[in-house]
Design a protein around this ligand. Structure first.
Ligand code: PLP
Length: 343
């Protein structure tokens, strides 16, 4: 049996742009799209994306189930109460509505317990207005803790077996995020649900992840250049002072664009294929970098994420400098940074 793919495109496709990537995902065979909220799902519908969309988060208030129905979206159900509300609204509108049941096997975020899942399955028997289209759970430690992960997988498989034994046949079973997809082939079941790996990024090294190539680069240009003498302070708080005559380039990106403030005096950018250090504090709209000894001009390209010549800076590099994770760096590239899709 084939394994289907749900492309997780929440948070504007991890900062990449959900609408263009939803089209790419569907054209390349994704059977489902996963988003976090009703608003994210509606934005895809408004852009003309008609593929099945699962809203991974909870729907609240419950009246919003009407909107879910109107837009033909698939809600996640994580309590008997929400299942009953969905069934009531679907029955009133004379509809048969698919939903996915979320089981908490150790993430502790949303989801019913295994016992709660059994109660919902029993309640579902004979209900015509709602259809169990999927059962899923989320792994907390697929990249770090095999014992924890095996425990979650085991619990989840018991719920799946119960559903099958009760006659729920057309159901998708899914628990694999990116880390599990690359490490636990046995956990693919009949649908996988990666986010980060779709974008060519892995949070931690895995053998198969070496083949992944990040799809996003982030580039800017030098907008100002100057030579400054020894002792010159740079940026707010004068936390950096030139120790000799240096050449400084100003780049028009700052923390309002997604450069973490915590990378002040720590981060690097690429210019002319070389890593140039950020000097002084990251400001809202600009950073200053040391380009001493490089033959640079105004307008020269600077790569913040991606390759230039043989050099590369990754989202993970920024995460390391900022004490963060690659997910947060990618999601943090703000709206005012134009996305350009190159296919
Ligand atoms: C974000 C998310 C995913 C994707 O996780 P990755 O680590 O990016 O692969 C899958 N399922 C759920 C429920 C999520 O919230």
């Amino acid at each position: 049996m084939g394994v289907e793919l749900m492309a997780v495109l929440k948070a504007d496709a991890y900062g990449h742009g959900a609408i263009p990537l939803a089209k790419v995902a569907v054209e390349n065979g994704a059977s489902h799209i996963g988003v976090s909220s009703l608003e994210e799902a509606l934005a895809l519908r408004e852009a003309g994306i008609s593929a099945p969309v699962l809203i991974l988060g909870g729907i609240y208030p419950f009246e919003n189930f009407s909107v879910v129905l109107e837009a033909d979206l698939i809600p996640t159900i994580a309590s008997l109460e929400s299942a009953q509300q969905l069934e009531k609204i679907a029955r009133e509108k004379n509809r048969q509505v698919p939903f996915h049941l979320k089981v908490d096997t150790g993430m502790g975020r949303i989801g019913v317990s295994a016992i709660g899942a059994k109660k919902i399955l029993e309640w579902l028997v004979g209900k015509k207005s709602v259809e169990l289209a999927g059962i899923f759970s989320h792994l907390s430690s697929a990249d770090s803790d095999p014992t924890m992960t095996q425990g979650q997988l085991h619990q989840f498989s018991q719920v799946c077996e119960l559903a099958i034994s009760m006659g729920f046949k057309k159901t998708k079973f899914h628990i694999s995020n990116s880390a599990a997809l690359l490490r636990y082939p046995e956990a693919r079941l009949n649908l996988v649900r990666p986010g980060l790996a779709l974008y060519g990024v892995m949070a931690s090294p895995t053998p198969s992840a070496q083949e992944l190539t990040p799809v996003l680069s982030w580039k800017t240009k030098i907008i100002f250049l100057k030579k400054v003498p020894a002792g010159t302070p740079i940026s707010y708080g004068a936390t950096y002072r030139a120790s000799r005559e240096i050449k400084i380039a100003t780049l028009p990106v700052g923390y309002a664009d997604g450069i973490p403030w915590s990378t002040s005096n720590k981060g690097f950018v690429l210019i002319k294929g070389r890593r140039c250090p950020i000097v002084g504090r990251v400001t809202m709209d600009h950073i200053m970098v040391d380009v001493t000894d490089l033959p640079v001009s105004i307008g020269d390209e600077s790569v913040l994420i991606g390759r230039q010549g043989d050099a590369e800076i990754t989202a993970q590099n920024w995460a390391d400098w900022a004490g963060s994770i690659s997910y947060e760096i990618l999601c943090g590239i703000s709206k005012r940074v134009p996305r350009v899709v190159i296919s």
